[in-house]
Design a protein around this ligand. Structure first.
Ligand code: 0GY
Length: 289
């Protein structure tokens, strides 16, 4: 399978914005290295290798302290690279795994001991085949005993249909990348307003104000995405997380500079208090409790 997207930035800038002490990058991945942790045979894309050591070096370079590493679809339910990274990082990382309903409580407990605190349900059609809802309910039930939460990845047009299902899961839910709004439509569009109302009506729902590089229509200037993230940070200051999304799988338009992504933070969280919640207090409450 040939790579059809851009590699990650080889030399990101040093951010001008200094994150508060203990800041968490709450959405990033490790990929491979393939010779040690092969990609899944049924993957929809083959990423560049992006090792734990490269991730931890980026964390330090950006002035961050901790990572939440999210299992991506290219490794499917083989969480070995994730677990290996978590074991190396110890208290400096937590993980979100991708599992099916064959996992036993004992296996989940081992993952918990390594630092896993959630599972990801992926609904993005270009990334995964669809999963029966019964499987998701069975996983949701199993993880309750461990106190894990569910990270969901979907695109804005799918939210309306998903809402009843998401409400039924009955656990903390974290929505990736603000539910992927179409930023051409503006924050007042019914699609984004539906997402805001969904968060307003359900105080178990959090979101990541991440991914300007995927959502923007004017890369590498992300100012068209800022109003969306700023609205969510101001309306739900205790239920928002931020992440780099390094190493930015499937980017085709441009190579994001991770230092520049960090420099967008003070535009979306405009006071020190909001920045402290977004980067430290919220992720610590969810992942290091
Ligand atoms: C992301 C982005 C993507 C990929 C995956 O699971 C995955 O493979 O999440 C994407 O292509 O949007 O933020 O993790």
């Amino acid at each position: 399978m040939d790579k059809d997207y851009l590699p990650f930035h080889p030399n990101p800038s040093k951010p001008k914005y200094q994150a508060p002490a203990g800041a968490v990058d709450a959405h990033c991945h490790v990929f491979g290295p393939a010779d040690q942790f092969p990609y899944h045979p049924k993957r929809k894309y083959t990423p560049c290798d992006a090792s734990k050591d490269q991730l931890f070096a980026l964390r330090d370079h950006l002035g961050f302290s901790r990572n939440v590493i999210v299992q991506a679809s290219c490794h499917s339910t083989d969480n070995a690279a994730l677990i290996d990274a978590l074991q190396t990082a110890g208290e400096l990382a937590r993980g979100v795994a991708f599992i099916d309903d064959s996992f036993t409580i004992e296996q989940l407990q081992e993952m918990h001991d390594a630092g896993v605190r959630g599972v990801r349900f992926n609904f993005v059609k270009r990334l995964v085949d669809s999963t029966p809802r019964e499987v998701f309910f069975s996983i949701a039930e199993k993880i309750k005993t461990l106190g894990w939460h569910i990270v969901v990845y979907f695109e804005a047009p799918d939210l309306e249909e998903l809402i009843p299902f998401l409400k039924e899961l009955g656990t903390t839910i974290v929505v990736d990348h603000m539910g992927r709004p179409d930023v051409a439509n503006g924050v007042d569009h019914p699609g984004f307003q539906r997402f805001i109302n969904f968060m307003a009506d359900n105080d178990n729902v959090w979101c990541k104000v991440s991914c300007p590089e995927r959502l923007t229509l004017q890369a590498p200037d992300y100012s068209d995405v800022v109003p969306f993230a700023k609205t969510l940070v101001e309306q739900f200051p205790d239920r928002v997380l931020w992440g780099t999304d390094w190493p930015h799988p499937n980017m085709k338009s441009h190579v994001p500079d991770d230092g520049h992504l960090v420099d967008v933070i003070p535009m979306i969280a405009t006071t020190e208090e909001l920045q402290q919640k977004l980067l430290v207090d919220n992720p610590m409450r969810l992942y290091w409790k």
